[in-house]
Design a protein around this ligand. Structure first.
Ligand code: NAD
Length: 255
């Protein structure tokens, strides 16, 4: 049990990568506040799924793009579990659109969820952890597109690039409080966010041609890196990005 007596809050953790991280953390003994976006048609299923994890899991509904929702999620987690040790920014969306056609609403939507939401979550977590005397783990699920351009996904790339700079900056600020801050940059992982690609054989073929490992990644493969970064073993690891991409980043660099 690598996370015994630890309390984690993970955003967007009812699906894909966040769900895999929540399940891995629970399996390693953590207590986990599982954030989900309320008001979706599958809300009852989400709540039933989280309830089935047992007493170490708590469903905390809230839109990460709203500061008051984020603060309420942390308040609920602290009320139930007494503290926060780990916060994972996982919630995210992407919109595919040529740069010249992106509307203000689309730009704001992506930045508010992916970047402002991440800011609110890590700021709330840091405040709580410092009030407990320090010592904690902040993790962002960014993307290879925190660094690699992705035509037609400009707001998404801005958000993930911003997340990279936020991570590097606050890693320095929070080091005296013994709070580590790191990013995980997934490549192409088989999750609902990629459903349109996964459903299109030609798009799958194109995607695979860019992945030296020859397949999509699994959410569990991202979760195992999150587990390491969240664990006591990662005490001296801060201010960096860890790629989980089957070599995609290196392949792109070649051309
Ligand atoms: P996903 O669509 O399964 O998960 C995204 C989650 O974010 C969902 O649970 C969704 O409900 C939640 N969410 C969206 N808006 C929210 C809001 N306003 N408040 C709270 N929750 C909200 O897809 P995923 O692949 O598991 O994505 C997780 C993260 O991984 C995202 O940040 C994504 O950018 C990143 N990522 C994914 C891949 C990939 O290939 N799957 C690659 C790189 C990065």
């Amino acid at each position: 049990m690598r996370l015994e007596n630890k309390v984690a809050l993970i955003t967007g953790a009812n699906s894909g990568i966040g769900k895999a991280i929540a399940e891995r953390f629970l399996a390693e003994g953590a207590k986990v506040a599982i954030n989900y976006l309320p008001g979706k048609p599958n809300e009852a299923d989400t709540l039933a799924q989280i309830a089935a994890y047992g007493d170490n899991a708590l469903a905390v509904g809230g839109d990460v793009s709203k500061r008051e929702d984020v603060e309420h999620c942390f308040a609920q987690a602290v009320a139930k579990f007494g503290r926060i040790d780990i916060a994972v920014n996982n919630a995210g969306i992407e919109i595919k659109k040529p740069f010249v056609d992106v509307t203000d609403h689309e730009l704001e939507l992506v930045l508010k969820i992916n970047l402002f939401g991440a800011f609110y979550v890590h700021q709330s977590a840091a405040r709580q952890i410092i009030s407990q005397g320090g010592g904690g783990r902040l993790i962002n699920i960014s993307s290879v597109h925190e660094d690699i351009p992705f035509p037609q996904f400009t707001p998404y790339c801005i958000s993930k690039g911003g997340m990279r700079m936020m991570m590097r900056n606050i890693a320095m600020e929070l080091a005296p409080n013994k709070i580590t801050v790191n990013n995980i940059a997934p490549g192409a992982i088989a999750t609902p966010i990629n459903q349109s690609v996964l459903d299109d054989p030609e798009a799958v073929k194109n995607a695979l041609s860019e992945i030296p490992w020859g397949r999509f990644g699994k959410p569990e493969e991202v979760a195992s890196v999150a587990l390491f970064l969240a664990s006591d073993e990662a005490e001296y690891v801060t201010g960096s990005t860890y790629y989980v991409d089957g070599g995609l980043t290196q392949q792109v660099t070649l051309y």
